[in-house]
Design a protein around this ligand. Structure first.
Ligand SMILES: CC(C)(COP(=O)(O)OP(=O)(O)OC[C@H]1O[C@@H](n2cnc3c(N)ncnc32)[C@H](O)[C@@H]1OP(=O)(O)O)[C@@H](O)C(=O)NCCC(=O)NCCS
Length: 158
């Protein structure tokens, strides 16, 4: 579903492919890569910052399912779990964070109800809910990421 597109010290982006569309267009593995760009449906990003005092690294999550027809099918949920799995296995992340505008009901439900992010604060100026998912709050948090991404396969991209 994902292709690692860009990796810098401060930001990581996965481009999201709608697998259903991909399989509809062609089931031949050899041709899949050539048509994958036609089936892009969005992207998921993580932006890193480190607190000098605590030495904790925060990864701020952002997601966009741009294609309306790809929404409501669990792609955002799966993508976030996979991105979080990649981050805890390959990068040092202690806290995942999401900043969601107060009127964005769908994203609030996604991060809070579906993924288990907690409200850290409501930012009055930006009218945003600042949510977080802290690995340091207990082993259960890491385990939940692993369980929800157990189908993940990572391969080298040429
Ligand atoms: C929010 C968004 C990422 C959801 O993507 P999606 O692939 O449709 O989400 P999923 O199918 O994985 O849904 C996961 C959960 O999100 C919530 N959700 C998704 N769409 C919703 C909607 N229209 N209304 C209310 N809740 C919604 C539900 O809790 C859902 O769980 P459920 O299926 O068990 O009810 C997508 O609508 C989007 O890209 N919106 C614009 C960009 C944005 O707001 N990004 C977030 C800022 S970081």
């Amino acid at each position: 579903m994902h292709t690692i597109f860009k990796l810098t010290r401060a930001e990581l982006t996965f481009i999201l492919i709608d697998k259903t569309q991909l399989l509809e267009k062609n089931s031949d593995e050899d041709i899949v890569n050539t048509v994958a760009t036609d089936c892009m449906c969005g992207d998921v990003n993580i932006f890193f910052s480190e607190d000098d005092e605590t030495n904790l690294t925060t990864g701020e999550m952002e997601i966009m399912i741009a294609e309306e027809t790809s929404r409501g099918r669990g792609i955002a949920t799966e993508s976030l779990w996979l991105m979080m799995r990649y981050a805890i296995e390959n990068l040092k992340v202690d806290i995942f964070e999401a900043k969601i505008l107060e009127q964005n009901i769908a994203s609030l439900a996604l991060f809070k109800d579906k993924m288990g992010y907690h409200e850290r604060r409501f930012h009055e100026v930006f009218r945003e809910h600042w949510l977080e998912y802290r690995l340091c709050d207990g082993a259960d948090y890491r385990q939940k990421i692993v369980v929800n991404s157990q189908h993940a396969i990572t391969t080298k991209y040429e």
